[in-house]
Design a protein around this ligand. Structure first.
Ligand code: PXP
Length: 237
């Protein structure tokens, strides 16, 4: 099972100060050293974290493993995808006010727009994955629209407590199974962390997991002690 590491929030910290650090491309290179099988970046329409130059540079540095571009199905983003040529594209819904991608794509409402994006991108040899809710219907519509892959939204599973947790896990499992049965590649992601990942990773047929926030958060904790020690040493000198 592949691990795609989403480094958007490294850029979120940088953009908070409009500085050059921390650099998501450098973080991506370190993630690869840690064993990441792929890097994901979400180029949002409002460019709140990843910038166009990050994506271009990411493409130069992330060559051997999969570069996954998350984007909305808009003409602007299609044009960028065709130019930058990531290894795959994940289409996500995008709302300007949201803190993160809140739900899967609304395939019924936006089917036409999504199909247009799938056709344009896959025609140029890049597989498209649709970020969808864990719903059998949405899996089936994804196939009809022609996508090669789906990414099952694990956010509800991640946030659910008690018996809801079990029920949400079941929905993810069923959606993955249906996707595989009808010939799609099935990925999963959103809200996965060091505690809740195990049950999702136990779903054997999943091709890849896409994880961002918890890994970026952990890297702050793991790096803080060393960073402070080094600063103290410099001050002492
Ligand atoms: N998959 C998709 C499609 C996403 O939009 C995101 C968030 O950018 C992720 C996975 C990663 O989610 P998280 O940051 O909660 O791990």
């Amino acid at each position: 099972m592949l691990l795609g590491v989403n480094v958007d929030h490294v850029a979120t910290v940088r953009e908070a100060r409009k500085e050059t650090e921390p650099d998501p491309v450098r973080a991506a290179v370190l993630a690869l050293r840690g064993g990441a099988d792929g890097i994901t970046v979400h180029l949002r329409e409002d460019r709140r974290h990843i910038q166009d130059r990050d994506l271009t540079e990411m493409r130069e540095k992330v060559r051997v493993v999969e570069l996954n571009l998350e984007m909305a199905a808009t003409d602007e983003m299609i044009k960028i995808a065709l130019k930058v040529r990531p290894d795959m594209v994940t289409l996500v819904p995008e709302k300007r006010a949201e803190l993160t991608t809140e739900g899967g794509l609304d395939l019924k409402k936006s089917g036409k727009k999504i199909k247009k994006a799938i056709d344009a991108i896959q025609r140029k040899g890049m597989p498209v994955s649709l970020f969808i809710n864990p719903s059998i219907t949405d899996v089936e519509i994804s196939r009809k629209l022609g996508a090669k892959m789906v990414e099952i939204h694990t956010g509800l599973y991640a946030n659910a407590k008690g018996i809801r947790h079990k029920a949400e896990l079941k929905r993810v499992k069923e959606a993955v199974k249906r996707a595989i049965d009808i010939g799609l590649l099935a990925n999963a992601g959103h809200g996965l962390n060091y505690i809740n990942v195990k049950k999702i990773a136990a779903i054997k047929d999943i091709r890849g997991l896409y994880i961002g926030h918890s890994i970026v958060a952990r890297s702050v904790y793991d790096g803080m002690e060393r960073a402070v020690k080094e600063m103290k040493k410099l001050i002492g000198e």
